[in-house]
Design a protein around this ligand. Structure first.
Ligand code: MN
Length: 248
């Protein structure tokens, strides 16, 4: 038998741990089911990525649940020379469902958080060029730092307000939630026609303009009005080694 086999809990091997996110004002934590992400949901970001926002309906991609990490110090990801930041409003679902009507979509929301859709832009560019999946560009380990969830009872449903990201104190991304092309209720409704949504699902709702590269040692400070803040720093010890790690 494989040495990892341990039948003591009724599973053939150790069961995966549940990834959780802290909830402001609660001792209990939010269990993450899945992480869905909306692509190109702010016109000016769509343009900076070389697309025409008028012609593009929303599309989705995913990160694994265990890509979610809380704020703090993170190791610099492997296999990239172009790690990009994308500051985003994150929607946390309390209830699931399929074919959820737009007008009932917000009833499914537990709360909101500030998140980062960290992206290996070099791998994404290669994937786009080759018509391949984005998973390894978007869904790598610790690719979704997420701050505390604020519950709807405390903050309502934010539809406008500044979204920004600073690196080492300098402004990088700036936008407003009101600039989202597909609003949160529309996003939930549309996504629920593609998959049955579940309690614990997170939706990263896209990023405003100004995406760019992060280097080892950088300090990222993100903010969304009415939702909160998120601070992440990348380990600098890998600085000399990380460019050599790339084997492609
Ligand atoms: Mn994104």
């Amino acid at each position: 038998m494989h040495p990892a086999v341990d039948r003591s809990a009724g599973y053939a091997i150790a069961a995966p741990e549940v990834t959780t996110v802290a909830v402001a004002g609660m001792d209990e934590v939010f269990p993450v089911a899945r992480v869905f992400c909306v692509g190109r949901n702010y016109a000016e970001h769509s343009i900076e990525m070389g697309h025409d926002p008028e012609r593009e309906p929303p599309f989705f991609f995913m990160k694994p649940a265990d890509a979610v990490v809380s704020a703090g110090r993170l190791p610099f990801p492997t296999q990239t020379q172009e790690l990009h930041h994308e500051i985003e409003l994150v929607v946390a679902l309390a209830e699931g469902g399929r074919d959820i009507p737009v007008e009932r979509a917000l009833d499914h929301v537990f709360g909101y958080a500030v998140g980062l859709d960290m992206t290996r832009r070099d791998l994404q560019a290669e994937a786009k060029k080759a018509g391949r999946p984005w998973d390894m560009a978007k869904g790598f380990d610790q690719s979704a730092p997420i701050g505390q969830i604020r519950v709807v009872e405390d903050i309502g449903h934010p539809t406008k307000g500044a979204v920004w990201l600073r690196i080492n104190g300098k402004p990088r991304q700036e936008g407003d939630l009101a600039q989202q092309i597909w609003k949160v209720p529309e996003t939930i409704s549309l996504l629920s026609t593609l998959v049955a949504l579940r309690p614990g699902d997170l939706i990263m709702t896209g990023t405003p303009k100004g995406v760019g590269a992060v280097e080892p040692g950088d300090l990222l400070e993100g903010h969304i009005d009415g939702v909160g803040d998120l601070t992440v720093s990348y380990d600098s010890s890998a600085k000399a080694a990380f460019r050599d790690r790339v084997t492609r």
